[in-house]
Design a protein around this ligand. Structure first.
Ligand code: PLP
Length: 362
């Protein structure tokens, strides 16, 4: 029996279109900054990719800065735009945003369903000086969507800049820069390669660079651009959105609740990504569930796996008001190519896993 990969929010399987585009770009010998014909050929691929990605996400090519991924794009926006501003961020942000904002940032709470507390944002913006607000469009652990349009309207009324970490949106739901000032993207969350991303900027906005050097990316990010990865990024960005993920996700949730009514689905009352569910099985540690499912052929993740592979209690679920349950959540995130029998196969493996772990506890 083949394995079932349900950890798309960690990384999506590569789109074949992205693999082909990368192979073609790997064959180009030139550096996009060189003036000779080989350099100009590489530059053409770079600029075409820039236009495809910028257009797809509602920005102009000249306002897109290629980066090494979502982490760097968030850091460039937050560190590069924060001068003279206090930073406000949501309580459920990704560690990349929390780290870039630093310990002095003001944390805006979320409601029990995981969405940003708009009244708290309003109150924080009324007091204090100029602000930069950083929020995610979709949460990586629960899939919960923040009300970005309302957040952006609130920021505009108070003259605050808004940076959106949109890393988990593309490839799942339509999303553009809209009225935000900047937006972070990561190729590997939409079927492109790992290690490349972009920051999209509102026209006229110029963040201070994190990396200086050869003047690449109009001086906004030094270093030779990762051309093959960027070509793969553009090919993935151009792919149509997958269909049928929400129906599979719903079937998984209904099936799990039928097997075990005590299961809690975090954020189920809020608008969510169609591919994500956060399943809390009270009393069973997340890592135990992940290992048991892995042995059963299914790859999922714990609410928050840090890079060392150890599992911490999820700060996302804690911010939503969960106590001990915050250590008992697994994240199931369906990839763009999830097979149709995913719900049936997942539920079969989940039932075996639960049966073994509950028997083990007795
Ligand atoms: N922001 C969110 C919401 C994410 O889920 C991730 C990756 O997990 C990142 C940022 C970081 O992106 P990258 O892995 O490209 O550095």
């Amino acid at each position: 029996m083949s394995r079932l990969y349900l950890d798309a929010n960690a990384t999506e399987p590569m789109r074949p279109e992205a693999v082909s585009a990368m192979a073609e770009a790997l064959a180009l010998p030139g550096n996009p900054s060189s003036v000779h014909a080989e350099g100009r050929a590489a530059r053409r691929v770079l600029e075409e990719a820039r236009e495809v990605i910028a257009t797809r996400f509602g920005a102009r090519g000249r306002d897109l800065v290629f980066t090494s991924g979502g982490t760097e794009a968030n850091a460039l926006a937050i560190r590069g735009l924060a001068a003279g501003r206090r930073v406000l961020l949501g309580a459920t942000e990704h560690p990349a945003v929390l780290a870039a904002a630093g310990p002095d940032a003001d944390v805006i709470p979320v409601l029990g369903d995981g969405t940003l507390d708009l009244a708290a944002l309003e109150a924080a913006l009324v007091s204090g000086g100029p602000a930069l607000v950083a929020v995610m469009a979709a949460n990586n652990e629960t899939g919960v969507l923040h009300p970005v349009e309302s957040i952006s309207e609130t920021c505009r009324r108070h003259g605050a800049l808004l940076h959106v970490d949109a890393v988990q949106m593309p490839g799942r739901l339509p999303f553009t820069l809209g009225a935000a000032d900047s937006m972070a993207l990561s190729a590997h969350k939409m079927g492109g390669p790992k290690g490349v991303g972009a920051l999209l900027l509102r026209p006229g906005l110029d963040p201070a660079p994190l990396l200086t050097g050869g003047g690449q990316e109009s001086g906004r990010r030094g270093g030779t651009e990762a051309l093959p990865a960027i070509a793969g990024f553009a090919a993935a960005a151009a792919c149509p959105l997958p269909e049928g993920l929400a129906a599979m996700r719903d079937a998984i949730e209904i099936g799990v609740k039928a097997l075990a009514p005590e299961v809690i689905i975090a954020g189920s009352g809020a608008p969510r990504l169609p591919n994500t569910t956060s399943l809390i099985l009270p009393g069973v540690a997340a890592e135990t569930q992940v290992i048991a499912l892995d042995l059963g052929g299914v790859a999922v993740s714990a609410g928050a796996a840090c890079s060392s592979g150890k599992v911490r209690q999820s700060h996302v679920l804690a911010a939503m008001g969960y106590g001990a349950e915050a250590a008992c959540a697994i994240r199931v995130s369906l990839p763009w190519n999830a097979p149709e029998d995913t719900p049936a196969r997942f539920l079969a493996a989940w039932e075996v896993m639960r049966g073994r772990l509950i028997a083990h506890r007795r």
